[in-house]
Design a protein around this ligand. Sequence first.
Ligand SMILES: Nc1ncnc2c1ncn2[C@@H]1O[C@H](COP(=O)(O)OP(=O)(O)OP(=O)(O)O)[C@@H](O)[C@H]1O
Length: 272
Amino acid sequence: MSVVAMKGSAAPAMADDVVLSVRNIESYYGPIMAIRGVSLEVRKGQIVSLLGANGAGKTTLMKTISGVMDPEKGQIIYGGNNIAGASPDKVVRAGIVHVPEGREVFPLLTVEENLRMGAFIRSDNAGIKRDEEMVFSYFPILAERRHQAAGTLSGGQQQMLAIGRGLMAQPKVMLLDEPSLGLSPLLVKEIFQIIRRLNREQGVTMMLVEQNAKVALEVADYGYVMELGRIVMADSAERLLQSKDVQEFYLGMQAEESQRGQKRWKQKKTWR
Ligand SMILES: Nc1ncnc2c1ncn2[C@@H]1O[C@H](COP(=O)(O)OP(=O)(O)OP(=O)(O)O)[C@@H](O)[C@H]1O
């Protein structure tokens, strides 16, 4: 693994099981401050979900971690180094892979060629072949379509391919941006079951951005809620699922007692 010591001071000490530590990050689009001093931690072997409404800054935070965007301030501590501002390929070589929102598979390349692109940092052909079969074992439909152009796959299959392509880089940490976007409920369930299995069986630590809070928290160990570029809640996934604020905002419901003393649910509009 290449060393990715970046700008800023030496990495401060952190707990042994913290694999990724984001500290006081600020990111901008020109004059627009999209990330306003975000700090969070991802522990080894965990699935961490990042929730928040449209425009909260989730994708921007992921892009900042993966090196697609440079933060203006703050540190991203990974593997004992501050990788804030590192180039995306250095971040991948260090073991963090970003599966972007919208999948972004190479439409004219075949499934197999897309997977090979994911292994661009590797030269161990036998290992690449083995990992390709590993990906096919998790996503058998991709094995059936290995010679098909990725652009002809369904949305769900493209999502599987994007995850599979990410796995080909042998990541220690995977950043998954909205894996459920545009998929049917059944497919969402299937994808999340596979995400869980990859986490458990392949030991990949996962950080995932999701609009679908229920699914995301059910699969996660820990969760953060973002609003307007800041973290506004952080807790175990179990406690977040039970949190009234999360239920009201994300499930769009508000509990109230009916006249007969039974709990009913009604629509509520805003977070606050
Ligand atoms: N390319 C861009 N140029 C300028 N502003 C942007 C750009 N991309 C995002 N923003 C702004 O940055 C803020 C954070 O956007 P971001 O996409 O990170 O939010 P998000 O939580 O991922 O939302 P979504 O779920 O809609 O993807 C928003 O105010 C958004 O309008």
